[in-house]
Design a protein around this ligand. Structure first.
Ligand code: LLP
Length: 416
């Protein structure tokens, strides 16, 4: 289905009882806005991906670590993965119990590893050298290992994490060495995990990755779980008719592969997936304000407060986000034009929408950048000493609630 402009948020009643204009008036601009009903719906969809008792969905908190969103995910029955002690800290604050958290570590210090061990959180290690470190830190302990089955996928080379050209995971050729280290420190390998990369829209590569990791799992007799990672894509180009990932098809294929494998393995073990973006991307819109409009050498620039300190994805990965335009006096004119929507940062690459055909934008218009709930706020920064935005949640009654304050100027002095 192809959406006309502004139809995406109209169709899903994204702003509940309020409007983007009112939200900016009340909470300021730029502003991250989340919709709780959409967040809950995405959690439910993935929880019912397959029909298998020992299936768990670990929300990948790196996509959005707002405490209030984590509480919703936990309330929906999700578990969580963590990439750092900071993520563990926030997850525990949100009420996840240690057994619900998997720490997927990557090149961590002994202190960081100890942080998880002290809290009884399972650690997945990413190399032989980190397995050694784990063994020295926690001899006789239970551990998980991230393997790289040599299959990768992703929307940009920077987010392809599996395959033969990435830093992640242990090469399965090293399985004999892995076994030797496990034995040396009397470690019990209870799980193996992988993450082939981010944003697949067709299940083929994911299923291939799963088959490879399951083949690796057969080398270890006493596993309690396998974790297939995340990467579930969302349609960032809804305004251009992009279709959703077919969860029914993915679920059916996944279930087949898993059930078949469990028979070969001889017991039913827990299966985990780790979606981040799929859970949180579509529940978030980033609102900004058009402050200046100008023509430079034939190109129209719409100058906004949406610099890449606020949303980094377009600059970092050339990512596309659909854009909506809201105007106080109502409907925009029928006129369309090709524009660059740019931010307020002192770099020419500071472009949020490049050569985009949009309804005419005037100074004072509010710009909505869609699908900004994942890798949005969490990748924002104080570059140019700009303040990170506030975050607001539209609750199930349709009312807005501030769930993170905007930075203040004083925050820029913290630590001095
Ligand atoms: N599991 C592991 C071990 C991961 O490294 C990641 C993401 C995930 C799960 C969740 O992936 P997701 O389902 O969200 O694709 N900043 C980039 C994405 C980086 C993802 C890094 N790892 C972006 O904005 O597209």
């Amino acid at each position: 289905m192809q959406y006309a402009f502004n139809e995406v948020t109209n169709t899903n009643q994204f702003y509940g009882n309020t409007t983007p204009i009112e939200l900016v008036k009340e909470f300021g601009s730029p502003l991250y806005v989340y919709n709780e009903a959409i967040l809950r719906e995405r959690c439910k969809e993935l929880k019912s991906l397959i029909n298998y008792d020992k299936f768990t969905v670990n929300y990948s908190v790196k996509a959005n670590g707002n405490l209030h969103l984590l509480k919703v995910a936990r309330d929906e029955g999700l578990n969580a993965d963590a990439m750092s002690p900071g993520e563990i800290f926030v997850e525990l604050e949100a009420g996840f119990t240690p057994d619900q958290i998997l720490y997927i570590s990557n090149n961590v210090s002994a202190e960081e590893m100890q942080y998880a061990i002290d809290r009884n959180i399972t650690v997945s290690v990413d190399s032989l050298s980190q397995l050694e470190l784990y063994g020295k830190t926690n001899p006789g302990g239970k551990v998980c290992i991230r393997f790289n089955p040599g299959v990768g996928a992703g929307h940009h080379e920077k987010v392809v994490t599996g395959g033969k050209k990435t830093k992640f995971g242990v090469d399965p050729a090293l399985i004999p060495n892995v076994k030797a280290v496990l034995e040396e420190y009397d470690l019990k390998l209870i799980g193996i995990n992988q993450h082939i990369g981010s944003l697949f829209m067709d299940s083929y590569k994911y299923i291939e990755g799963i088959k490879s990791v399951l083949a690796i799992a057969e080398n270890f007799a006493d596993l309690e779980f396998v974790d297939f990672g995340g990467g579930f894509g969302i349609p960032y180009r809804k305004q251009y008719g992009e279709r959703r990932l077919d969860l029914n098809e993915l679920g059916t294929r996944l279930e087949e592969v898993i059930k078949d494998w469990m028979k070969r393995y001889g017991k039913d073990i827990t299966v985990k997936v780790e979606p981040g973006r799929y859970i949180s991307a579509e529940c978030g819109v980033l609102l900004g304000t058009a402050h200046a409009v100008k023509h430079n050498y034939g190109m129209k620039y719409v100058g906004t407060d949406l610099g890449f300190n606020v949303l980094k994805r377009p600059v970092m990965y050339d990512s596309h986000h659909d854009v909506e335009i809201y105007r106080e006096e109502g409907a925009a004119s029928g006129k369309e034009e090709v524009v660059n929507i740019v931010g307020n940062i002192c770099e020419s690459g500071d472009i949020i929408a490049n050569q985009r055909k949009l309804p005419e934008i005037l100074e004072g218009d509010i710009i909505g950048v869609l699908d900004a709930g994942a890798y949005g706020y969490c990748m924002s920064s104080n570059y140019n000493n700009r303040l990170r935005p506030a975050e607001v949640l539209i609750d199930l009654e349709g009312n807005p609630r501030l769930i993170r304050k905007r930075d203040t100027l004083e925050d820029l002095l913290r630590g001095f």
